[in-house]
Design a protein around this ligand. Structure first.
Ligand code: TUI
Length: 308
């Protein structure tokens, strides 16, 4: 299936993987790319040299395009931005901030720049700054989110910019892909569905937590800190929300979440850890390979859109 995004990135299917912290490492990214989507290494807060190593390992496993997600709250983001260029990565996505300061160096190096945005204003600003496309990410997504839903955000971003829009948040199957296309998107980004893939290195406890989750099992913590994060409800979120209700300060709240994503993803602590996941967790029933996921999602989407 050809769209402006598949053409721009040289990929087979209009599916890109969310650039997830800890989860988006080279095994997952290369598997998504090998299956015809765009795999993404999530640099998150990793030391810059680890990101370089991840890129090199991904290149060993796939000769198809993959991208790096630069998390802008990371103080090392400027170094990661340079490594992306040095290693010849074809595209970057960015999250949790404004990537305008890196735009010029990336554009000069021919890197396609695809910021993740949660508002129309940010999309328009980054189009003016030279973005090649944007991911419009609704609040159904896991992790750090904005406040507008995918259904409302995507068409408003589509109307506001002339660059292609990738829809994210609440998309996990072919129905979601077809719906996103109806809203004007040229591709979709999926995160949570790929967390529960065979190639994802996430601890099995985390995958089982997603499989057991229902539609109402995610909660948003951090509304009081200005950094809302969607995770699956557990002991940690109960304590966090109670502290927020009591007016706890940033320091006390941070104590509760320090290293908590790593603890969940790597050690499988789904009780006290941070199990970031989107509202579609209730749609995840089993662990499939990235190829099975992409093939089944696209087959369903094409049927619905009467392309096949
Ligand atoms: O970035 C994400 N999702 C993430 S990043 C992340 S790592 C993390 N871990 C713990 C605490 C905080 C972060 C986990 N999930 N999605 C893309 C996204 N970007 N969603 C919302 C935004 C965003 C927010 C504000 C984009 C721009 C923005 O602009 C602020 C500004 O600088 O004007």
């Amino acid at each position: 299936m050809k769209t402006k995004i598949t053409e721009m990135l040289g990929i087979e299917y209009p599916i890109i993987q969310g650039g997830m912290a800890w989860v988006g490492e080279y095994h997952l990214a290369s598997a998504v790319s090998q299956a015809g989507g765009l795999g993404i290494i999530g640099a998150a807060s990793a030391p810059p040299e680890v990101v370089r190593e991840q890129i090199r390992e991904a290149k060993k496993l796939t000769d198809k395009p993959f991208a790096v997600n630069v998390m802008l709250m990371n103080p090392n983001a400027p170094e990661v931005a340079k490594i992306v260029i040095e290693e010849g990565v074809k595209a970057v996505t960015t999250g949790a901030g404004n990537p305008a300061q890196f735009m010029e160096e990336w554009k000069k190096a021919g890197v396609k720049v695809i910021p993740v945005v949660a508002s129309v204003a940010m999309a328009k600003m980054l189009e003016r700054a030279g973005a090649d496309a944007v991911v419009a990410e609704g609040m159904e997504s896991g992790g750090h989110i904005g406040s507008t839903t995918t259904m409302s955000l995507v068409p408003q971003v589509v109307d506001a910019v002339n660059i292609p829009v990738i829809a994210a948040g609440g998309i996990a199957d072919g129905r979601g892909v077809a719906a996103a296309f109806m809203l004007g998107a040229e591709a979709v980004q999926m995160g949570t569905r790929f967390v529960a893939s065979k190639e994802s290195i996430v601890h099995d406890n985390y995958k089982q937590k997603l499989i057991k989750a229902t539609d109402i099992d995610s909660v948003i913590t951090g509304n009081s800190t200005g950094h809302p994060i969607r995770t699956i409800r557990n002991k940690m979120t109960k304590e966090y929300l109670k502290l927020e209700e009591q007016g706890a300060g940033l320091e006390e709240l941070e104590q509760l979440t320090l290293g908590s994503l790593r603890n969940a993803v790597i050690d499988g602590d789904v009780v006290n850890g941070s199990v970031m996941a989107g509202q579609i967790s209730g749609m995840i029933h089993d662990v499939q390979s990235c190829e099975e996921i992409i093939t089944s999602v696209m087959t369903q989407a094409e049927k619905l859109m009467k392309l096949a």
